[in-house]
Ligand binder design. Structure first.
Ligand code: 13P
Length: 252
């Protein structure tokens, strides 16, 4: 049985006051909920504040990126152990805004995932095709490359912790959501490829989230798909009410 997971990716939004208020608002609505896992991913500079606000509740905190080395002369970077040190338990890796906006490669996503696992964090690794790739019928080959690209060679004992987020790039921030059938089809494919890269048992237990214009009014139908185990929410996670409504829509 896979536990549903709802993660809010705040991207490069909020300030000190807004981050604190948003975290407090989510805590108020979801802090005691035990039917699903809830994770907040604020910008780096507000992580410690958000950890403080949700301390003692069931809500987890995750970063939006990590470096792959444990420490060193890497100006401007943050190590996985530092995230763990301040109370993070999750980290988003390989978001499309980093893959496509900042040139992050499959190899880099692999190294970051390995480092996150070694530090004891739960990685939420993003995969997903561009619009032109979907239109050219390349969705599966892109997903295959991305899934094998990061999973291959990871230590077997930590594989069970990995979360995958399927985020079709054309659905991110566009208001254009994948249909539940499109999401389910991609999730089945990802699970099948994950089984080849790991084992069928590991892949069967792996949580695969959908991301891309998830809103309170489409969350229930998406989550009702058998292979959709939750959501990675962008815009709608910036309001406690809409994020809470999405997480609650999934219960039942
Ligand atoms: P939106 O929910 O704003 O489309 O963003 C999705 C996303 O990128 C989450 O990581």
């Amino acid at each position: 049985m896979r536990r549903p997971l709802f993660a809010g990716n705040w991207k490069m939004y909020t300030n000190t006051r807004e981050a604190g208020e948003l975290a407090a608002g989510v805590r108020k609505q979801l802090g005691e909920l035990d039917a699903v896992d809830v994770v907040l991913c604020p910008p780096f500079v507000y992580l410690a504040d958000v950890v403080d606000v949700v301390r003692g509740s069931r809500i987890g905190v995750g970063a939006q990126n990590t470096h792959w080395e444990a420490q060193g002369a890497f100006t401007g970077e943050i190590a996985p152990a530092m995230l763990k040190d301040i109370g993070c338990t999750y980290v988003i890796i390989g978001h499309s805004e980093r893959r496509h906006g900042l040139g992050e490669t499959d190899q880099l996503v692999h190294k970051k995932t390995a480092a996150a696992l070694a530090a004891g964090l739960t990685p939420i690794v993003c995969v997903g095709e561009l619009l032109e790739e979907r239109e050219q019928g390349k969705t599966n080959s892109v997903l295959e490359r991305q899934v094998h690209g990061f999973l291959k060679g990871l230590p077997s004992e930590s594989l069970g912790r990995i979360v995958i987020a399927y985020e079709p790039v054309w659905a991110i921030g566009t208001g254009k959501t994948a249909t539940p059938a499109q999401a389910q089809e991609a999730h089945i494919f990802i699970r099948k490829e994950a089984a080849k890269a790991t084992t069928p048992a590991v892949a069967a237990g792996m949580r695969i989230l959908y991301g891309g214009s998830v809103k309170p009014d489409n969350a229930k139908e998406l989550k009702s798909q058998p292979d959709v185990d939750g959501a990675l929410v962008g815009g709608a996670s910036l309001k406690a009410d809409s994020f809470a409504a999405i997480a609650r829509a999934a219960i039942k």
